[in-house]
Design a protein around this ligand. Structure first.
Ligand SMILES: NC(=O)c1ccc[n+]([C@@H]2O[C@H](COP(=O)([O-])OP(=O)(O)OC[C@H]3O[C@@H](n4cnc5c(N)ncnc54)[C@H](O)[C@@H]3O)[C@@H](O)[C@H]2O)c1
Ligand SMILES: O=c1ccn([C@@H]2O[C@H](COP(=O)(O)OP(=O)(O)O[C@H]3OC[C@](O)(CO)[C@H]3O)[C@@H](O)[C@H]2O)c(=O)[nH]1
Length: 365
């Protein structure tokens, strides 16, 4: 609950509902503004417990106190999947097991965060480049109940995360079928917004590689070209975190319509290639910062150079919205331009000064 999505969910639950939250995480930096000072209107409704879900005897007791458990804890940055595959698999499968077990044994409802990466690659990506079928949505739109999960070979360790997430989904589904666990599985499709990940060298390790929004924000803030991995040809649909949180709130408030379902949560109208994302972020950042655009705003890098051995990629990710629309009547609202404008305004306000100072400061040798 102390990460990017958790911080926005806590904010929503505190400001717009009467719910109480027991927030568990190893960090609380992103929810500090909700915990202090004691005079906040929701003081007493949110409590932070610093704990690691993989080994803490307090976990079962805390789950017993709750009506609903939301599991967001995971390693979920692609740079880790091929470089720390064991940590990735343990985090996304083994460490989630006690949460599922305690929910099942204590009859607690569980909302578990999976990922759109469980779909892997599209069927269309295996067709010849010039096949007209590539234009047919049947070959690329991702549907919860019918699309297959297509991963690369085992040495492509990128898929360690998707595979671990798939197995925990299957385990939760089986707990529902065999033991009556009340569950909802969320498959987020690239939720982005303020507080996502970190800016290397400012609030995270200098050598760290966050997800694309923070990578490109970091490049823009430092006036460096944005790095396009393998030509930036992969496609993604991006959704504003605040739209996505509305969907989660509907799941929380409507157990009868959400239990037993797997939901895609994304914005099919916001599809771009990574190259187009870089171009749009460059324009938006120039607008919100008042700075000029570099002569060469992007640079191509190979995935091996950027992520190392074993990287692979999802080619295209368009969520089918039929199930979430029918069950919860939810639709995303915010355009990519608008969501980048508010997010990059936040990035500029939060980091520009700190970056200037860090560049001016001679590094310790
Ligand atoms: N943001 C997205 O677009 C997106 C997309 C697909 C899936 N997801 C899933 O949503 C969930 C949340 O993602 P996020 O984007 O907020 O990432 P995040 O990294 O900001 O949040 C994850 C949080 O989990 C905590 N955590 C990790 N392991 C823990 C442990 N063992 N014990 C206690 N806390 C632990 C981390 O400290 C972090 O605060 C993850 O399960 C992720 O796989 C997110
Ligand atoms: O500097 C960069 C960084 C990344 N790319 C490319 O952008 C694409 C998107 O990358 P990213 O946002 O890091 O992650 P993915 O979309 O690949 O995967 C995430 O999706 C959901 C989630 O499960 C959790 O957030 C996670 O696995 C990609 O093609 C990169 O290669 C770039 O060109 N330059």
């Amino acid at each position: 609950m102390g990460g990017f999505i958790g911080s926005h969910l806590c904010e929503k639950l505190m400001s717009e509902t009467p719910h109480k939250v027991l927030a568990l995480d190893v960090y609380n930096d992103k929810i500090k503004h909700l915990l202090e000072p004691d005079s906040l209107p929701w003081a007493g409704r949110i409590q932070f417990h610093r704990l690691n879900i993989k080994h803490d005897s307090r976990l079962e007791g805390l789950i017993k106190m709750a009506d609903l458990v939301i599991n967001l804890a995971a390693i979920c940055t692609p740079a880790d999947y091929n470089t720390r595959p064991l940590d990735t698999i343990y985090s996304n499968f083994i460490d989630a097991l006690p949460v599922v077990k305690y929910c099942s044994e204590n009859n607690k409802r569980l909302i578990h965060f999976s990922t759109c990466e469980v779909y892997g690659k599209t069927i269309g990506s295996f067709l010849p480049k010039d096949s007209p079928l590539r234009q047919d949505p049947a070959y690329y739109v991702l549907k919860e109940d019918t699309s297959p999960c297509i991963f690369g070979s085992i040495e492509k360790q990128r898929w360690s995360y998707a595979c671990a997430k798939q197995l925990i989904e299957r385990l939760i589904y089986a707990e529902g079928a065999e033991n009556g666990l009340e569950f909802t599985i969320v498959r987020p499709f690239n939720w982005i917004g303020p507080r996502m990940d970190f800016i290397p060298g400012i609030d995270g390790p200098s050598e760290g590689v966050p997800r694309v929004l923070a990578c490109f924000s970091n490049n823009l803030l430092r006036r460096e070209p944005l790095k396009l991995v393998d030509g930036g040809e992969s496609q993604r649909t991006f959704i504003y975190i605040k739209d996505a949180i509305e969907a989660v709130l509907l799941m929380i408030e409507n157990p009868d319509r959400a239990n037993g379902h797997i939901f895609n949560v994304g914005n099919p109208n916001n599809e771009v290639t990574v190259r187009q994302l870089a171009e749009m972020m460059t324009k938006v950042y120039a607008k919100v910062s008042g700075e000029t655009v570099l002569e060469s705003p992007t640079v191509d890098v190979s995935s091996k150079e950027f992520y190392g051995e074993g990287y692979d990629d999802s080619d295209k990710r368009i969520p089918d919205m039929t199930i979430i629309n029918k069950q919860l009547g939810w639709n995303p609202k915010t355009s990519l331009w608008d969501l980048l404008e508010s997010t990059l305004t936040y990035q500029h306000r939060t980091y520009a000064e700190a970056i200037k100072k860090s560049i001016a400061k001679p590094s310790a040798s």
